[in-house]
Structure formats: C-alpha cells, structure tokens
Ligand binder design. Structure first.
Ligand code: URA
Length: 192
C-alpha cells in the first residue's frame, strides 16, 4: 500500500503518478505506450473515474483525450463544470490487451493506485463512469440500477452514471447522463 504524508499530499499524488508510469504489477506494461495515471486539480471537488485508457490516451499518457473524451468534455461544458478544475482518472491505468473490458488481474493491480488517488484528492463527490468503475468501487453490477442516486460509502459521496463511450453510442442514454451531470455539478458546490 502507498504511504501518505498528510502534510504534503500534492507531492504524494505526484509520487503515486510516477509509480503508475513505471508500474509492472500486471502484464499490461509490456504492451502500453504510456500509462495514464490521471490528471486535474490535486484538491478537486469533483473526481471522475472511467474504465481504461484507449488508443489516444495510451499515446498521449492523458485520460479521456479520444472520442469518449470529446463527448465527456461536451457534457461537462453543458453543466458548467470546467475540466481543468476536476480530477479525472480511470479504473485501470494502462490500455487493456486484448481490447475490451479490463481483466480482473489488472483491476486488482491498479486498485491501490485508485484508492490512493481517492484518499489524496479527497473530492466532495466522485462520479463513477460506467459499469467497470461502479463495480470496482461500489460492487454495483448494473449502472441502470443505481444511476442518478447519491450514494454515501466509506468516506466519500458517489454518483454512478453511464460511461461516455456507451452514451456516445446510444443516444437514448444522453438525457440520463445529462441529468446525472447536472446533479454532479450541483453537488460539487454543496459542502458535505
Ligand atoms: N475511457 C476511459 O474510461 N478512460 C479513458 O481515459 C479513456 C476512455
């Protein structure tokens, strides 16, 4: 597990991210171009957690810079959230091989990094984008069962919504995701 220095959590986050960039805890280090630790304000009010980097993210070493990222940016803009003011990461930090849902071994290997980010950023609200993030963090199986609800668990407040890749593909999900993001933006301004 990662050790925390409460007095210097910005430096701890930086250190955690360099550990991710060098990580060899599962087999994905062999095929990645760049690991994608995440980015944003180290003390952001809102944290978004996606699934896994895609090709564009793997090339850039940055989260959500491909087609899903464009969709996500639009959603954020629509509800008045500024990307630079939030913290964005994914459940696993390297592009999955074979392409598709990340394997359990990678999710488990990456989980201490994610938990470290949650603890260090300590956001007011965490938005879980899609089933992989919702299952890993909350043990939820179906996004549709819990989306749009405020869920208090351990030290954090969570909101589950669809993954931008799914919402992009299925226009029927747009209105739900927009509604969830409006709630996210409102909650971001409320003290716990
Ligand atoms: N999907 C994710 O979940 N994360 C990314 O960084 C890109 C696409």
């Amino acid at each position: 597990m990662i050790a925390f220095d409460a007095g210097d959590h910005f430096a701890e986050l930086k250190r955690l991210h360099s550990q991710v960039r060098r990580c060899r805890k599962c087999f994905l280090w062999k095929t990645r171009k760049k690991a994608v630790p995440g980015e944003g304000l180290p003390d952001a009010t809102v944290m978004l957690i996606g699934e896994a980097p895609g090709k564009k993210e793997d090339a850039a070493g940055r989260p959500f810079v491909g087609p899903s990222g464009k969709f996500l940016d639009q959603m954020l803009e629509e509800v008045g959230l500024v990307r630079e003011n939030i913290f964005i990461t994914s459940t696993i930090k390297c592009i999955p091989v074979p392409a598709g849902k990340p394997k359990k071994v990678s999710i488990e290997a990456c989980n201490p990094y994610l938990q470290g980010q949650l603890k260090l950023v300590n956001p007011r609200i965490v938005c879980l984008l899609g089933e992989v993030a919702a299952r890993n963090v909350l043990g939820v199986d179906k996004v549709a069962d819990v989306r749009g609800e405020i869920i208090r668990r351990s030290e954090h407040i969570f909101l589950v919504t669809y993954h931008p890749a799914a919402a992009r593909r299925f226009p029927a999900l747009h209105a739900h995701m927009r509604k969830d993001f409006r709630l996210l933006a409102r909650r971001a301004n409320i003290r716990q």
